[in-house]
Design a protein around this ligand. Sequence first.
Ligand SMILES: [Zn+2]
Length: 287
Amino acid sequence: MTYVPPKACDGSVLPRSTALLIAHPGHELRVHRWLELAQPVVFVLTKGDGRDGASRIESTRRVIDACGARVGPLFGRFADRELYAALLAGAHDVFLQVLDGLADAFVALDVEYVAADAEEGYNPTHDICRYLAEAATAMAARTAGRPIGDFEFPLVARPDEWGADRQSGALRFDLDDAALDRKLACARAYPEMREEVTQALARFGAEAFRVERLMPAVPSDGPPAPVFYERVGADRVAAGQYGEAISYAGHVAPVRHALGRRAAERSIDPTQDAGQIGSHVIAARMR
Ligand SMILES: [Zn+2]
């Protein structure tokens, strides 16, 4: 099933129900205009509490409220270190439970398309979020019996250039001065993101954030090499800060494959979906 986006992709036609799936609170600032227009249900994997343990989920709740979007059933459930520990331990059940919950929620909320973090090789949780989006939209689409769009946007790359070299199908939003001002004011008012926002504005300039582009996600062969998070991990192990570094091949790819397997299993064994599909499936099995 291929998802066909709404006819006008410039923001003038928007579907009824959309979802934003992000690894960390604060990512939503990158798609602030889309948040205002689409008013998605927002799913956030972690509290964004990093190494100092201070949650920033409430700051994201304020952004969501101000944009008229909605807080989803998964909203800062994990501490950052919990997900790192699960990755290092190969505790795939943690991620599979999230996958099941997301797929069920996308069906229950009648989601037409999902926007989620892109795979940039920058942070393993960002990339896991992308793989969750791939698997959950596929599972939800099969259960719902209709295509569900899966779009991605970058957290590190320059936003007005990212994806410009790819084929169309993008949902592109060009912010007018008032919308850009609201976006920048919102970003600057997010206390825990002050450093990141200042760095991003210094690096790219405010004009780069005038364009928001949601690109149809295409499954990759893995993050671009050299993988940034592997290099950071190796440096921290060398400095004695970490005992073991997260690698794509050793930790992230196995989770990705487990998610893919779960999505495929649920597509070929409808009995597992009986609760969502409804009584006609149960009746068919009883005959
Ligand atoms: Zn992040």
